[in-house]
Design a protein around this ligand. Structure first.
Ligand code: SF4
Length: 418
């Protein structure tokens, strides 16, 4: 009997890509998964194309593999296959290209002995149920794919297609299986998670309610929402015990001029009202923020940062704008110098760090923490407010839920000893 070929997966980019890698792995039948890219027969590069820099990282990885493991067949998958696949294939930099819709056929595709270009379409939605996430205590569930927004700086709609939701029964079946396998926390992910349901005449709130009735589901987090996606039906769920008390609501900016340039659908005034309404219900609030987008002059930045101070924010994913060819923003002027963007990034993150510290000082009791696997008696986990907690314990606490009181709160994190 011939030995099965070894396949290594290299994943670039976001949570959605990590999930897609899980889907591909779960579909392999006649191959062996490998942890070593140097001795594998096939390397599947699940690529990211979000910025020009992301494209270069993928290209550099492919070239380095050509040098370090010249006999391996390199297959390009993921978002980069839709933007750079054609040229990389034409230049013979990769053996094959497979688009998003082809993931579930990976077992058949990898058996092909001749170079292939299987780009598929951008309308497909996977039906795969992933029922285990090895080594993790939290389960990620992809509930939708694609985005209908047209933010000026973003290439994602062009490489992932329009928003489309997974079927409700598929999601609930997946959650039921994972809960039966011991997972208690579920994180809903996707390209534009909050658009879930619009194409199936349902809503995020309805899905959440159904998920919460599944035995074993203890806490649900939503990867990200857009301000306009938070409706009354959703607001009614805020006091439910299974809702994580942290929402990540993507603002991207607090200057209205910048929001307009970015072609966003939110505005500072309504964001301010929304954030305060949710914070009053005891929630921690995170956001995405892009600094250094073209047009962000000194005046706009000053106004934006003053506005940031007024918002009840506790977490931020700050991104320094990075050019992406074939987007509207890539043609905008004036561009912001890298050192200025860096300084703004620092200013923003410092402010939110201080806000997070005060929030943690005010929330030291009844912290429900789900721990990940530990090492050398040190465990990490997140509480319901999405604050990271470090715990020292001689007892094995991997994947355990614990209730903590009297937390030691430091500026760089929460600590507890058991
Ligand atoms: S909401 Fe905007 S930034 Fe997010 S994926 Fe859609 S277009 Fe891109």
């Amino acid at each position: 009997m011939t030995k099965p070929k070894k396949v290594y997966f290299k994943t670039f980019g976001c949570r959605t890509n990590q999930f897609d890698t899980q889907v591909m792995m779960s579909k392999l039948r006649e191959f062996e998964l490998s942890n070593d890219e140097h001795s594998s027969d096939i390397i599947v590069v699940n690529s990211c194309t979000v910025t020009n820099g992301a494209d270069s990282s993928v290209r550099n990885y492919i070239s380095s593999m050509k040098r370090k493991n010249p006999d391996a067949k390199v297959i390009l998958a993921g978002c980069g296959s839709h933007s750079k696949g054609e040229s990389l294939f034409a230049d013979k930099k990769v053996f094959g290209v497979m688009g998003h819709s082809e993931k579930e056929n990976i077992n058949e595709i990898l058996k092909v002995e001749t170079p292939f270009y299987e780009i598929g379409d951008l309308k497909h939605i996977d039906s795969t149920i992933v029922d285990e996430f090895i080594g993790k205590s939290r389960a990620f569930i992809k509930i939708q794919e694609g985005c209908d927004f047209k933010c000026s700086y973003c290439i994602i709609p062009a490489v992932r297609g329009d928003a489309r939701s997974h079927k409700e029964e598929t999601i609930l079946e997946q959650v039921t299986k994972l809960a039966a396998n011991g997972f208690g926390e579920f994180i809903l992910t996707g390209t534009n998670v909050g658009s879930y349901g619009q194409d199936h005449n349902t809503s995020m709130a309805k899905l959440l309610k159904k998920m919460s009735t599944i035995r074993g589901v203890r806490r649900i987090r939503i990867g990200s929402l857009e301000p306009i996606q938070i409706d009354d039906e959703f607001m009614e769920l805020l006091d439910e015990p299974w809702m994580a008390k942290h929402l990540h609501i993507a603002l991207q900016h607090t200057s209205d001029k910048m929001l307009k340039l970015m072609n966003r659908r939110n505005s500072y005034k309504t964001d301010f009202e929304l954030f305060n309404k949710i914070a009053e219900r005891g929630y921690a609030l995170g956001t995405d923020f892009i600094v250094g987008h073209p047009g962000e002059d000194e005046k706009e930045w000053k106004e934006a940062i003053e506005r940031v101070k007024t918002l009840p924010l506790t977490h931020v994913h700050a991104f320094s704008y990075s050019k992406r060819d074939n987007t509207v923003s890539a043609t905008m002027k004036p561009e912001i110098r890298g050192n200025i963007a860096k300084e703004r990034h620092r200013e923003l993150t410092e402010i939110i760090k201080a806000k997070n510290f005060s929030f943690r000082q005010e929330h030291t009791e009844n912290l429900e923490v789900l721990l990940e696997n530990g090492k050398d008696d040190v465990y990490h986990g997140f509480d319901q407010y999405f604050n990271r907690v470090e715990i020292k314990s001689e007892e094995d606490l991997s994947s355990n839920w614990i209730l903590l009181n009297n937390m030691e709160v430091n500026s760089d994190g929460n600590k507890a000893k058991l």
